[in-house]
Design a protein. Structure first.
Length: 154
């Protein structure tokens, strides 16, 4: 059975503590704290403190986006130390994402959905996206999916 993201994080935290990997330990603790905060919010929202895998993936994507923005700012400021730190942390965060689809795989899925919907016009991009995004969720970047659909509907 596959481990949930939370279980993987807990195991990786233990391993990083045993192995002395300070950067991984810090990043994993940050993610675990975000998950705990989401669980507290879920308790107060009446969801019984339950946070789904998709909620955790959303937290992970949010952290990745924040780190990417920090990396860009560090590059603008020409701070090599911060660039190195942010890059390392980004690599760790991205390791928890599911394997990403290649452009060719996205094109294949998009063609299939376009065929099912019999879409022929760029005006139908919203329809195609609505049907396609649930199929590629967490495995493909939304901007890339949108770009592929736009190209195929031209």
């Amino acid at each position: 059975m596959d481990l949930t993201i939370k279980q993987r994080l807990q195991n990786d935290l233990k391993e990083s503590m045993r192995g002395g990997d300070e950067r991984r330990k810090t990043v994993v603790r940050l993610l675990m704290a975000s998950i705990r905060n989401a669980e507290v919010d879920a308790r107060t929202d009446g969801r019984g403190g339950v946070v789904s895998e998709s909620d955790i993936m959303a937290l992970l994507r949010r952290e990745i986006k924040q780190h990417e923005e920090s990396l860009i700012e560090a590059m603008k400021a020409k701070r090599a130390d911060l660039v190195s730190e942010q890059s390392g942390e980004l690599d760790i965060l991205r390791s928890y994402l599911p394997a990403q689809m290649s452009r060719e795989q996205i094109v294949e899925q998009a063609r299939q959905v376009i065929g099912e919907l019999q879409a022929t016009s760029p005006k139908q991009q919203g329809e195609v996206m609505k049907a396609l995004l649930p199929k590629v969720k967490d495995m493909a970047d939304g901007k890339l999916v949108s770009e592929v659909v736009r190209e195929l509907l031209k």
